[in-house]
Design a binder for this molecule. Sequence first.
Ligand code: XIL
Length: 333
Amino acid sequence: MVSLVGSTHPLKNSLRTLAQNRGIGFGTAVWVKPLSNDSTYQEVLAREFNMVTPENEMKFEPVHPERDRYDFKAADALVDFAKDNNMQVRGHTLVWHESLPDWLTQAKWTREELMNILQQHITEVVGHYRGQLVAWDVVNEAIADDKNDLRDTIWRRVIGPDYIEMAFRMAHEADPNVHLFYNDYGGEGLGRKSDAIYALVKNLRQRGVPIYGVGLQMHVSLKNPPNPEQVAANIKRLNDLGLEVQITEMDVKTFDGTGTRAQKLAAQAQIYRNMMQVCLAAQNCKAFLLWGVGDRYSWIPRILKQPDSPLIFDESLRPKPAYSALKEVLKKR
Ligand code: XIL
């Protein structure tokens, strides 16, 4: 494990220090495999980021592989790394429609039974990390893509729409100090999905459900970049509800852009710059996280089934134009 705590020199001009000076966290999703065997990855992570979230290791399936067995080993390794390097940790995620173990999805549960499973899961997982995390994505991606409704998931089908409210209350009970978030994609700017997210969290707030903020995932690409004015307006209306916002999973796919590689990377840098500017200008935007340290380990090539370069460090974990763009905007007052 690299520990840079106390040695201010290498951190002085890093993104984490610049972000801290502006009052926001700067983070990334972390894959625990390179965390244990890639020293360049460890160095870049510790030098440039002061916030981490496990890319997969706190999700339902890895952490709760059998009905009565939990496995925190991989996630604990990241929490330890974060402690050693003076980083904050976001928990991700308690209730989602993906990464569910077979024991859960292959059985037929009554409403009572599934509510008990949800309660036990949240109590155990949030309880395990009580006092150690700054945030939890309690409910992830609960809004449908194609209609104005909640997504059809096992939670929604068996428990009903109030599974969302229950999950927040259970998490709050298990750790009253950790900040609880609703997290989703495709609702960064204005439009049907962001309206649906807004309506959902407004309703939760009005009924006193312990929700603290909204995570805007920000998985975007060159062709339809998020509109800065719209994202600012969306963050503002969430602020008016008393909610914090964090950019939780930013990456910028380049496959649908035009021009040379250099031109695409410049366009990508501009999108990172714009979103950081929006976050810095918003009262309630307190953290900015990427979905990966660098292109070497990004999930995007696997999803698109073709190479891409969505992050701010390249395949060799060297800084790209987007890295310099973020630095510039963090320095500019
Ligand atoms: C992704 C991971 O990056 C992949 O490694 C995994 O195979 C699937 O999940 N929205 C989220 C994240 O909230 O949890 C997803 O992470 C990416 C989309």
